[in-house]
Ligand binder design. Structure first.
Ligand SMILES: Cc1cc2nc3c(=O)[nH]c(=O)nc-3n(C[C@H](O)[C@H](O)[C@H](O)COP(=O)(O)OP(=O)(O)OC[C@H]3O[C@@H](n4cnc5c(N)ncnc54)[C@H](O)[C@@H]3O)c2cc1C
Length: 287
């Protein structure tokens, strides 16, 4: 199919972007990498009056380290993140997740800001930013706002962004000593959206998980923090008994959907399997 007719605007500043967002309101859509928006236009799932292409807005595509941590511009391509030595060093969880995001051609155009703003419940990057305790910075004509990743995702394709707001940066705080990161997902084929996935961090000392952050994706309406399983792991050696207890606790954390790709029971089972694999590896010192 072809998209419904739309006006195309290519602003060269945030101020101009805010003008356009104000002019079109709900009838204007931001275009970043276009890897989700363009298929939606072509299928006429989205029929905005105007598409506002922010690719010429300067200063949104840098990766830098500041006193706040690693700062990633919203327009940084997923491929650039995947290849960045700074990301591997400062946010290895994101580096581990990226090869699972679609395929290379999609990552060549897709941006981190687009993935977060879209808020697909099966997407990898939203779970990573929640696990990392990141902050999402948004700007509008009214000013800047910093939204913690745990407050940003509000449901299926729904975020805390208000009208006229543009995601500008993602700030990943520096991890404290002893933190390790692990990522795994299970999908029918590599590059498919996950049936179940886990972005995890753990503070480990001598084989004991002192603190864990477990964020699942593909099993809910957005990234799901598994707090019961985290509590079951805390302060215990990550042996088979502890992992079994944490796996049972996970049942209270997750309420996965069923669809043509997998039943709720299958997704629960897969979530337990990856929990055990990822935490076992983190405790053993292998990410
Ligand atoms: C075949 C295929 C497979 C895929 N597989 C995966 C996968 O396995 N995992 C995964 O996570 N993704 C997957 N994707 C989606 C891909 O990762 C997209 O790149 C991503 O979801 C959106 O990023 P984008 O930059 O392309 O955003 P766009 O498509 O340009 O925009 C997406 C949405 O976000 C809004 N938006 C974009 N940038 C901003 C901003 N800075 N501020 C506010 N709103 C903004 C847009 O208005 C739009 O509503 C797949 C896509 C395809 C086509």
């Amino acid at each position: 199919m072809k998209p419904a007719p739309f006006e195309y605007h290519r602003p060269t500043s945030l101020a101009e972007t805010f003008d356009l967002l104000e002019r079109y309101g709900d009838d204007g859509r931001i275009l970043a990498g276009g890897q989700s928006l363009v298929p939606a236009l072509n299928l006429r799932l989205a029929t905005p009056r105007a598409v506002i292409d922010i690719n010429r807005v300067p200063d949104l595509d840098a990766i830098r380290v500041t006193s706040d941590g690693l700062v990633i511009g919203a327009l940084v391509r997923q491929e650039t993140l995947e290849r960045s030595a700074l990301v591997r060093e400062q946010a290895p969880l994101i580096a581990a997740a990226l090869p699972h995001v679609g395929h290379a051609a999609i990552r060549a155009r897709g941006t981190i800001g687009g993935s977060l703003a879209l808020a697909d419940p099966a997407a990898e990057l939203p779970a990573c930013v929640v696990a990392l305790g990141a902050t999402i910075r948004a700007q509008s004509r009214a000013g800047d706002r910093a939204i913690s990743a745990s407050d940003f995702f509000r449901g299926i394709y729904t975020t805390a962004l208000g009208p006229g707001e543009v995601v500008t940066e993602i700030v990943v705080p520096r991890a404290g000593p002893g933190w390790r990161w692990g990522f795994q997902e299970l999908a029918r084929r590599h590059g498919d959206f996950a049936l179940a996935g886990l972005a995890a961090g753990a503070r480990v000392a001598g084989g004991t998980v002192e603190e864990a952050r477990l964020v699942f994706f593909g099993v809910g309406t957005g990234p799901v923090r598994a707090r019961r399983a985290e509590a079951a792991l805390a302060g215990r050696p990550a042996d088979a008994d502890t992992l079994a207890v944490a796996g049972r606790a996970l049942d209270g954390d997750l309420d996965p959907p069923g669809d043509v790709h997998g039943s709720p029971a299958l997704r629960r089972h897969l979530a337990r399997v990856i929990l055990s694999r990822v935490v076992g590896r983190l405790a053993a010192g292998a990410a």
